[in-house]
Design a protein around this ligand. Structure first.
Ligand SMILES: Nc1ncnc2c1ncn2[C@@H]1O[C@H](COP(=O)(O)OP(=O)(O)OP(=O)(O)O)[C@@H](O)[C@H]1O
Length: 119
C-alpha cells in the first residue's frame, strides 16, 4: 500500500513538473477549467460530459508525452540532429491533432447552446 502511494507521488511529481515548465500545459489546464465551467453552466448531458472528458484526457496526456519526448531528445541528442528535429516535430504534431479534435468537439457541444442563449 505504501509503495502504491509512493508511485502516485512520483506520478503527481511528473504532472507538477510539466505544469511548472510548460506554458502550453498551463494553457491546456486553463481551457479545461473553461470547458468544465461551460459544461456545468450549459447543463450538458452525460454523454456530452464523456466526450469532454475524453478531450481533456487526450490533450493533457499528449502534452505530457510531448514534453517527455522533448526532454528525452535533449538528453540523448543535445546537439543539432535532423532526426531529433523530426522526432520533436512529430511529437508536436500529435498535440495539434489532439487539440484540434478537442476544439471541434467543443464547438459541436457548446456552440449551438451558446447561440440559443444570445438569440
Ligand atoms: N536537437 C535538435 N536538432 C534539430 N532540430 C531541433 C533540435 N531541437 C529542436 N529542433 C527543432 O526546433 C523545434 C523547436 O524545438 P524546441 O526544443 O524548442 O521545442 P518547442 O516545441 O519550442 O518546445 P518547448 O517550447 O515546449 O520547449 C523542433 O520542433 C525541431 O524542429
Amino acid at each position: 500500500m505504501k509503495k502504491l502511494f509512493r508511485s502516485f507521488g512520483y506520478a503527481f511529481k511528473g504532472i507538477a513538473y510539466t505544469t511548472k515548465t510548460q506554458l502550453n500545459f498551463r494553457i491546456h489546464l486553463g481551457v479545461t477549467a473553461v470547458a468544465v465551467l461551460l459544461g456545468i453552466w450549459l447543463q450538458i448531458s452525460v454523454s456530452e460530459w464523456q466526450w469532454i472528458a475524453v478531450c481533456i484526457a487526450l490533450v493533457l496526456v499528449t502534452e505530457i508525452f510531448n514534453t517527455m519526448i522533448e526532454t528525452l531528445v535533449d538528453l540523448v541528442s543535445p546537439g543539432y540532429n535532423e532526426k531529433a528535429g523530426h522526432i520533436k516535430d512529430m511529437s508536436a504534431g500529435a498535440v495539434v491533432i489532439a487539440a484540434l479534435f478537442a476544439l471541434i468537439t467543443g464547438i459541436i457541444i457548446f456552440l449551438p447552446r451558446l447561440l440559443l442563449l444570445i438569440r
